[in-house]
Every structure is written in structure tokens, then in C-alpha cells.
Design a protein around this ligand. Sequence first.
Ligand SMILES: O=c1ccn([C@@H]2O[C@H](COP(=O)(O)OP(=O)(O)O[C@H]3O[C@H](CO)[C@@H](O)[C@H](O)[C@H]3O)[C@@H](O)[C@H]2O)c(=O)[nH]1
Length: 179
Amino acid sequence: MLRDLQRADPHWQVAILRYFNPVGAHVSGLIGEAPSGVPNNLMPYVTQVAVGQRETLSIFGNDYPTPDGTGVRDYIHVMDLARGHLAALDHLAKQQSSITVNLGTGSGVSVQQLVDTFARVAGRPIAHRHVARRAGDVAACWADTTLARTLLGWQAEHDLVRMCEDAWRWQAMNPAGYS
Ligand SMILES: O=c1ccn([C@@H]2O[C@H](COP(=O)(O)OP(=O)(O)O[C@H]3O[C@H](CO)[C@@H](O)[C@H](O)[C@H]3O)[C@@H](O)[C@H]2O)c(=O)[nH]1
């Protein structure tokens, strides 16, 4: 639809940004993720277990064709994602053309890896059990970041440890989210 709009009226320039798996929080611990109800996504579920709000994380599937059998995703820190938006706006202002770009780190991280890293960072175990695969989940998905680097001069800077540190700081400072 956006591409059609741009074709119909070339005054429009469109940046389609393909987010991978945004996680983390602002370093201040004041802005973070507070899903309503039971979180669907992995990181907020993990942080809620860590803070004692939920008992046990269910890990969906441990028989995927991945190094440890759990699903692999490309988690990206929200602050890197924010910088990606600025880089895209800069590009639109300078190049006057529309773009579609992946915003990810380019690296895959498994559910088990994320849980283990978070537990280490938070200094507490994350109770978890392995359950059946979740319907509709793919085994692995990560970004090809070539275009983001070449077109926008952008790449992610925060690693998994930093994502976990910032997510944990936010949740520890705000156990009940914004309420
Ligand atoms: O309680 C949970 C939640 C998630 N997972 C696993 O953790 C990984 C990440 O899951 P999640 O955080 O839900 O992200 P995705 O499954 O990658 O879903 C994202 O990517 C989808 C396709 O791009 C979008 O449709 C969704 O809205 C978006 O959240 C997957 O392997 C899940 O199976 C668990 O094991 N337990």
C-alpha cells in the first residue's frame, strides 16, 4: 500500500523498516516494556518470572533443528532500533527515494541462550520447563543486515548481555510496569 502511494504520488518517500525481535529498555530504567495481561513474547515473560510475577517460563519446543533445539531469533535492543529510524529518516532526506530495510543484529540467539544469559545478568535462576512447539513458530529467523549497513550506515551496537541488563533494570525498578 505504501509503495503504491509512493508510485501514485512521487512526493511521498517511504521507509519500510522490518523489525526483528525488539527487546531491552531505556538505560534509565524509566521506559520499558509493559504488556497487558500474559506476555506473548519471550523477553517480557522472562523478566516477569525474574521479578516473581510469573512462576515458570514455558519454552516452546526443544526439538527444532537448531544448535540446542530451541527456537532462534534475532533480538535487537530498542535503542538500536530507535537509531535505525533516525538513520532511515536521514536517508530519506538526502536520497529522495523509498526503501525497505531489515533492522536486526544479523545474529541468531536461541531461547535457551537468552534465558541463560538473562539468569546470569540478573543473578537469579529463571524457572522454566520445556513444552510443545507453539503453532505457527518457525525454527529460526535472523536478519540479513547488508542493506542497513550499506544504505543507512547503520548497525546494531548492543549485544545480548546489554539487552538483558537493560530489560532487567526496567523490570526490577518497575515490577508492576507503569501501574
Ligand atoms: O513464553 C514464551 C514466548 C516465546 N517463546 C519462544 O521465544 C521465541 C521468540 O518468541 P516471541 O518473542 O513471541 O517472538 P516471535 O515468535 O519471533 O514473534 C515475533 O515475530 C512474529 C513474526 O515475525 C510476529 O508475528 C510477532 O508479533 C512477533 O512478536 C520463539 O522461539 C518462541 O517460541 C517461548 O519459548 N516461550
